[in-house]
Design a protein around this ligand. Structure first.
Ligand SMILES: *Cc1c(COP(=O)(O)O)cnc(C)c1O
Length: 454
């Protein structure tokens, strides 16, 4: 009998959703979400989460700022707020038009999460937030802390000893493990990270140097999460950070929207009908880009257009949304191999919870080949002297995908945005890079230059 995926054969799926044919052939695609509900009337709070949840997350970050400042002196100048710069990319824009022969209309920026302190990637938002929330819960429920107190006392020996009775566990392709491991260990938790086969050696070494237990798997991300979850459930003192289901991770990320709005205001950048905002976010399981998109849609409604980007070999969120089957399907079901050099993006099955929340909020998803990641990374280094990791570079393709691919052009036309593209703001969300060892950064760059034929 022929293999079926949610009651349909691959042929039937392709007939219904022709885009799947290109996806199976690993061709880059640009998918527009028909289910986007973008009228003013759209009820963004008709979801499991609300704006209040985002505000609460930001308040929690503020409560913890004195502690973070104490534990991680590199955050002192930002008063313990873990945040990245928003940097304009005029020279990258010029390089794009030079090399790709595409003129990007509007201004182009990089949201530099590649340089986020403490964890060196976007995971500093979600992962660290969940660790802090859990520590707060434990300390408050044991009457050791109340929410009006100065949280920097959590750095003291008494708290470390208290928290050392508890453990944290997480399944990860690398970066989430780093954020949980670094923050968890700094607070005194015992931390176990279940790493998938694609996780880089330097990440395992870094974690072990902080006293974190790293368990390695020969399988992919989903399996590492599953095994980690199983083991953690057997231990009542263990909290499992569940990348596939966690609302805390999601809300930790979502607070970025509040910060970004402030940064745009500081730069006098308007976001309204005449000045649309386009945000391009690399997507793995979906929590990071989903949380940020959720926050941004609450703030800017139909004037922000969020696009996710996935590797052509790991388009899990796209498959879930395009088929409507969400986490009931995986890329492997369709014969797609889930092998990519984009760290954090090698995910075969998206988060069902995030997929559901994104259903009516996301504008679309484009996919990108690994080779393009290296080219863009090298172009960014040459033009702006900013170093990022390959997965982060996926975001830089966004303006080009939107303006040069037929479906992207249609999106602009159908949303009546043609007249305002010169007043548009494009933000490529650069998700990681600063912790990558120097020799690896150099190898990435050399590879990009070679692919560019330079
Ligand atoms: C984790 C990660 C992402 C994607 O985040 P998800 O929550 O898995 O979707 C993107 N880029 C980098 C560098 C990451 O580490």
């Amino acid at each position: 009998m022929e293999k079926k995926i949610s009651d349909k054969t691959i042929e039937q799926w392709i007939k219904e959703k022709p885009i799947i044919s290109d996806m199976i052939a690993y061709k880059p695609v640009f998918w527009v979400n028909d289910a986007l509900k973008d009228e003013e009337a759209a009820t963004y709070d008709n979801l499991e989460l609300t704006w209040t949840d985002v505000l609460e997350a930001e308040e929690r970050w503020i409560r913890f700022a004195p502690l973070i400042s104490k534990l991680f002196p590199e955050t002192e100048k930002q008063n313990g707020i873990i945040e990245s710069a928003l940097v304009e990319l005029p020279d990258m824009k010029a390089a794009i038009s030079n090399i790709y022969k595409i003129a990007v209309e509007g201004r182009m920026f990089l949201k530099c999460d590649n340089a986020l302190p403490v964890a060196g990637s976007i995971k500093a938002r979600g992962g660290i937030y969940e660790v802090l929330k859990h520590a707060e819960h434990l300390a408050v429920s044991h009457n050791m802390l109340n929410k009006d107190q100065d949280y920097s006392q959590l750095a003291g020996a008494e708290f470390r000893q208290f928290l050392s009775r508890y453990s944290l566990a997480v399944g990860s392709t690398g970066n989430l493990g780093l954020s949980i491991g670094i923050m968890g260990a700094a607070l005194g938790f015992k931390v176990t990270v279940h790493m998938s086969a694609d996780a880089k050696q330097w990440k395992k070494d870094l974690l072990r140097s902080k006293g974190v237990t790293v368990i390695e798997y020969e399988s992919d991300y989903s399996k590492a999460v599953e095994e980690g979850r199983k083991l953690a459930l057997q231990d009542a003192m263990c909290h499992f950070v569940d990348d596939e289901h966690s609302k805390d991770l999601f809300l930790g990320y979502s607070a970025a929207a509040i910060r970004l709005k402030r940064q745009l205001e500081e730069k006098n950048i308007k976001v309204d009908k005449q000045n649309p905002l386009f945000v391009y976010l690399p997507c793995g399981v979906g929590g990071a880009p989903g949380g940020i998109c959720f926050g941004l849609k609450q703030l800017f409604k139909e004037n922000v257009h969020c696009f996710f980007v996935e590797p052509t070999h790991s388009p899990c969120m796209l498959l879930g949304l395009a088929t409507g089957e969400n986490d009931h399907v995986s890329v492997q079901d369709f014969g797609i191999d889930n092998i990519t050099e984009g760290d954090g993006l090698a995910v075969g099955r998206a988060s069902g919870f995030v997929g559901k929340v994104m259903e009516n909020l996301l504008s679309g998803i484009y996919t990108i080949e690994d080779d393009e990641l290296y080219k863009l990374l090298a172009m960014l280094k040459d033009s702006e002297n900013i170093e990022i990791e390959p997965s982060a570079a996926a975001s830089l393709m966004g303006p080009m995908a939107l303006m040069a691919v037929e479906n992207g052009v249609d999106y602009i036309r159908n949303n009546m945005l043609e007249q305002c593209m010169n007043d548009a703001t494009h933000i490529a969300w650069s998700t990681g890079g600063s912790f990558v060892p120097v020799d690896m950064k150099r190898d990435f760059y050399i590879k990009g230059k070679r692919l560019l034929g330079e």
